[in-house]
Design a binder for this molecule. Structure first.
Ligand code: NAD
Ligand code: UDP
Length: 337
């Protein structure tokens, strides 16, 4: 089938494009490259031996988005495009609402007028806020605690309303836990701009010598070793989850929501230890104060995705660190040459 992938040049998008191409689908990427590099798609073509078209377009340019969808003959859209830095969203909420929510409205209007009614959307476990009801199930009430998370929550609500208003829509809301790792080739991976916000890319930059040490945010949580616990999911498992969701919305209409996580939590120090082993060097770190707004523990109840999609994460923390390290050590500056 022919799939439009918004944000397909980014971290999770590029890995999903790779899986789509390997499954024999035609892929067009729509991305404004605001947080990515077209090199990711050149590498995807190298790995797969298949072509992917890039439309360098901003979702806020509704005429251009209409132009891509009109006559594009797409079967489905996978929608990754969005801004994702929690701290930045607190400082500049309007930019986040405009880019993520208004950008999504433009996309949906274009899909509507082109008669394309199948969508997979990148939501996030952040919609659960700081719920202490772990493992987190899809049935929980949503209570995002920052503007970024609220953009995801609002988009989920908008998509639910759209499916209620028009039963020909089929939408998968995928709530990602903590993606990390890279394709096993080491040719594509996460290439953060500036200082990484997330744990694994920060640890990787310490390991490769780009940063002196990791600051561990909080050592006094009620967890196995006092550090925060998260559900780290290999980006290739996550990518494969999108293909399973696309399959489901071929056969079923309505709005569906699934957690994409492993169901297992790891502490910051467990990640540091696993990454150190993968890289064959110790990771220097310093325990500092908690990061405001952080939950102590977050991990998925992954049963629904298994039951409905037959999907579950197959790769463990060790493989994730080994793959992330292979990418980092062969591309110390990411896609910046
Ligand atoms: P990313 O920044 O690597 O990819 C997002 C892509 O969208 C980038 O290529 C960027 O250039 C593009 N983009 C942003 N705004 C755009 C616009 N207005 N028009 C066109 N393109 C635009 O991020 P990622 O880690 O691959 O995340 C993909 C999606 O998954 C995002 O929606 C993110 O919020 C969501 N998500 C990510 C995580 C995570 O930890 N990485 C966790 C949960 C959810
Ligand atoms: N973390 C940390 N140092 C960092 C980045 C993150 O100690 O430089 C911790 C953070 O407090 C949390 C875990 O690592 O317990 C995962 O953080 P991340 O930002 O990657 O994901 P999120 O908190 O959004 O789930």
């Amino acid at each position: 089938m022919k799939v439009l992938v918004t944000g397909g040049a980014g971290y999770i998008g590029s890995h999903t494009v790779l899986c789509l191409l390997e499954e024999g689908h035609d892929v067009v990427v729509l991305d404004n490259l605001s947080n990515s590099n077209a090199e990711s798609l050149i590498r995807v073509q190298e790995i797969t031996g298949k072509q992917v078209a890039l439309q360098e377009i901003d979702l806020l340019d509704s005429a251009a988005v209409h132009g891509v969808l009109r006559g594009g003959n797409f079967d489905s859209v996978v929608h990754f495009a969005g801004l994702k830095a929690v701290g930045e969203s607190v400082v500049d909420p309007l930019t986040y609402y405009k880019n993520n929510v208004a950008g999504t409205i433009n996309l949906l209007e274009s899909m509507q007028s082109a008669g394309v009614h199948r969508l997979v959307f990148s939501s996030s476990a952040t919609v659960y806020g700081n719920s202490e009801n772990v493992p987190l199930t899809e049935k929980l009430h949503l209570e995002a605690t920052n503007p970024y998370g609220r953009t995801k929550q609002h988009i989920e609500e908008m998509l639910n309303d759209l499916c209620t208003s028009d039963p020909t829509w089929a939408v998968a809301l995928l709530r990602y836990f903590n993606p990390a790792g890279a394709h096993e080739s080491g040719l594509i991976g996460e290439s953060p701009v500036g200082v990484p916000n997330n744990l694994v890319p920060f640890v990787a930059q310490v390991a490769v010598g780009r940063r002196d040490k990791l600051f561990v945010f909080g050592g006094d949580y009620p967890t196995i070793d006092g550090t925060g616990v998260r559900d780290y999911i290999h980006v290739m498992d996550l990518a494969e989850g999108h293909l399973a969701a696309l399959g489901h919305i071929q056969r079923n209409c309505g709005a569906f929501k699934w957690n994409l996580g492993t169901g297992k939590g790891s502490s910051v120090l467990e990640v540091v230890d696993a990454f150190g082993k993968a890289a064959g060097r110790s990771i220097k770190y310093e325990l500092v104060a908690r990061r405001p707004g952080d939950a102590a523990v977050s991990y998925a109840d992954a049963a629904a995705a298994l039951a409905d999609l037959g999907w579950s994460a197959r790769r463990n923390l060790e493989q994730m660190c080994a793959d992330h390290w292979r990418w980092q050590v062969s591309n110390p500056n990411g896609y910046e040459r």
